[in-house]
Ligand binder design. Structure first.
Ligand SMILES: [Zn+2]
Length: 679
């Protein structure tokens, strides 16, 4: 054992010595070759041809490579501008590999410009047996319009497209590598009339990677009003990516209401997921095109879009649909997408996995401690199986003062609203309204009425006669279930959530996506706009400082909303006269009478100034014990459990490589660390 180990040590020592002597010889004889990494860091001198290339006389050759065969010249030369010496060396290089996959990596954005720019470096134009360098101005133009595309996929700008290094000015005799492309584009542009400039959306299905790519690309394209963030990961480790739109992305603005859309909670219900990807593209591009309605929506609202809450389930459902190779597609998606992929990868139905606070409300109905809002999560909940997707969404909705939300599903054509759990344990279909029945009905109608066919009684239905109800229904009256997301939103936070069933077909054929977008577009926009209803304002003390966690109550509606960080609140209300009051521990209650006209374009502004009251009466009406348990989210550190799963064996943080990394490492090339961003 010892002998063997010693022999190994000796061998390693020899190998190291050999390597060192080779290195020493190299240092003495040859000038060092440029390493891409050094170039990025700016350490290296400008590229110098090595001695070997002097030995071989350069000759123009007609061998252009496959991915570069549309360049405006036909002769190239080796070594190229990267000092690669042969066609084979170029073909094996990561630089050339990158050019060949750029189109799919960037989802078509900036190609073919970028590819041709790269070709002008990798297979440069040859004139009189010498390489001719491409123009710096062309490089700078392309970089300016394409750098966002790289940011969108978290990739660094490739070192060999450095405009200062590999490109020269016109005085130095450059040529324009995109010359041919421009000529072709002019022809295409001439055939499009300028009035037709509107959002261009490709109505296709997006895989998980394509979805992430598209959302990041959209956010990069609209970086002034949009950004993406992850709220956590699915069981199989996929990012739960949210795209946000607001005039101040990344932060809450005082009095600006927040809205969320969630889709694909059931992985096999996919239409909502696609609609939300299109919605993001639509918001971005219409804002930029100067659409006044979209600009005013985005400037006055903070919009969060989670296109897929269950990406693992989606993958399963999509694979199954692909497998069912029915020639006419009639049987395929329609009958295969029903159950596969509904649950998450642990086989948990996410819309049954939230804390069942509705049962608590029903059981406490007659007790002194009865409350109908901000119900704490019972500790027993954490002993059950909590899916990471559920966990991520719970944390998310607790951390942002959402006002309204819609969760997009499929399989029916109707909007249902809380409660989803029947108030009678033995009644499976029982009308079980919340104290906000009127508000919920109004919200549900907003979507159904603006949808092309949902509220129409003559629409072909999926079985249930929702048409006669105008396309809306109380959830428990349809069918009762516990642990739903909408009930949780209403009973644990200030958010009013409805469930939108988009149609009978959970996985429609691709050619139906465009017409579905047309049917839902107005509804998606109107629903978001409806957040500007009812009243909003600030609850403050006499010094003008906002009071966090103050309660805003409406007489006759036993469900309070609470103020956000800076004392701002939103209370959806139907038109009419309301008696509204605000109170907080240690302050006297303030009361106001509010009249809301029928067609308000904005929420009415109602502020409250609370007088201090430190007597016992001032603390009345507050169950401090309940307030404490409300704040106690996740007492058993479920979150730690999920974070630990992302750590390596020794607890060190595992740096996730971006999704495109495998494109470059599978080929056996040296890993191109120059494509990784430093941030
Ligand atoms: Zn569903």
């Amino acid at each position: 054992m010892i002998v063997v180990r010693m022999m190994k040590t000796v061998k390693i020592m020899n190998a190291v010595l050999l390597a060192l002597s080779v290195l020493a010889a190299l240092v003495r004889s040859d000038p060092p070759r440029c390493e891409p990494g050094d170039e990025l860091a700016g350490k290296q001198e400008p590229l110098r041809p090595s001695r070997r290339s002097h030995a071989l006389p350069a000759r123009c050759t007609g061998m252009l490579l496959g991915y570069c065969d549309d360049m405006p010249y036909s002769q190239t030369v080796f070594p190229n501008l990267l000092d690669q010496r042969s066609r084979e060396e170029v073909e094996m290089s990561t630089e050339y590999l990158l050019l060949s996959v750029l189109h799919s990596l960037l989802n078509g954005e900036c190609s073919p410009d970028l590819r041709m720019l790269g070709c002008s470096v990798v297979v440069p134009r040859c004139d009189r047996d010498r390489p001719v360098k491409p123009c710096r101005t062309t490089c700078e133009d392309v970089r300016r319009s394409c750098v966002h595309a790289f940011e969108g996929i978290s990739m660094a700008w490739p070192y060999f497209l450095d405009c200062d290094r590999f490109f020269v000015s016109e005085e130095e005799g450059c040529y324009d590598p995109l010359e041919g492309l421009r000529a072709r584009q002019e022809v295409t542009l001439a055939s499009i009339s300028p009035e037709e400039s509107s959002t261009i959306i490709q109505f296709i299905y997006h895989s998980n990677a394509q979805m992430v790519n598209m959302l990041k690309k959209t956010a990069a394209q609209c970086s002034d009003i949009s950004h993406t963030y992850s709220i956590g990961r699915s069981f199989e480790g996929k990012d739960l990516l949210v795209i946000e739109f607001s005039d101040n992305p990344g932060q809450h603005d005082l009095l600006e209401p927040e809205v969320k859309y969630i889709a694909n909670m059931h992985g096999n219900e996919v239409l909502g997921r696609q609609l939300l990807i299109y919605l993001a593209q639509y918001l971005c591009s219409e804002y930029q095109l100067g659409n006044k309605r979209i600009q005013s929506l985005v400037n006055s609202t903070r919009i969060h879009i989670l296109a897929s809450m269950n990406p693992d389930g989606y993958e399963l459902a999509a694979a199954e649909v692909e497998d069912s190779n029915d020639p006419d597609g009639e049987q395929g998606p329609r009958f295969n997408g029903w159950t596969s992929g509904r649950a998450n990868a642990q086989n948990i139905d996410l819309n049954r996995n939230f804390p069942d606070l509705t049962s608590i409300v029903y059981s406490l109905r007659r007790s002194r401690r009865f409350r109908n809002d901000h119900i704490p999560i019972p500790d027993s909940y954490w002993f059950g199986k909590v899916a990471p997707e559920t966990y991520a969404v719970m944390k998310w909705i607790r951390s942002i003062p959402f006002v309204i939300s819609a969760s997009l599903h499929g399989g029916e054509l109707v909007v249902s609203y809380p409660y989803d759990l029947s108030k009678h344990p033995q009644e499976e279909k029982m009308f079980s309204p919340t104290p906000d029945e009127q508000v919920f009905k109004q919200l549900a109608r907003t979507y159904a009425d603006a949808h092309a066919t949902m509220a129409d009684n003559n629409t072909e239905r999926c079985g249930a006669p929702f048409g006669i109800r105008g396309g809306i229904i109380n959830g428990a009256q349809w069918y009762s279930f516990p642990g739903g997301m909408s009930d949780f939103n209403y009973l644990h936070t200030n958010c009013f959530e409805v469930t939108v069933e988009l149609g009978c077909d959970k996985f429609p054929a691709e050619h139906e996506l465009y017409s579905e977008w047309q049917r839902n577009k107005e509804a998606l926009l109107s629903f978001m706009e409806s957040v500007h209803r009812g009243i909003k304002g600030i609850v403050k003390d006499k010094h003008g400082k906002g009071i966090k966690g103050a309660r805003v109550s409406v007489r006759g509606i036993w469900h309070d909303v609470t103020t956000a960080e800076d004392g701002d609140y939103w209370r959806l209300l139907t038109p009419g006269i309301h008696i509204v009051s605000a109170h907080a521990p240690g302050y006297r209650r303030a009361i106001k009478k509010v009249r809301l006209p029928a067609h308000m374009q904005q929420a009415g502004r109602v502020d409250f100034v609370l007088e201090e009251d430190l007597s016992e009466a001032g603390l009345e009406g507050f169950d401090l014990e309940l307030m404490d348990t409300y704040e106690r989210f996740d007492p058993y550190n479920q979150y730690e459990r999920y974070t630990l799963a992302e750590l390596g064996q020794n607890g060190e943080e595992r740096h996730e490589k971006p999704w495109w990394w495998s494109y470059f490492t599978q080929s056996g090339n040296v890993a191109p660390t120059w494509l990784l961003r430093n941030d």
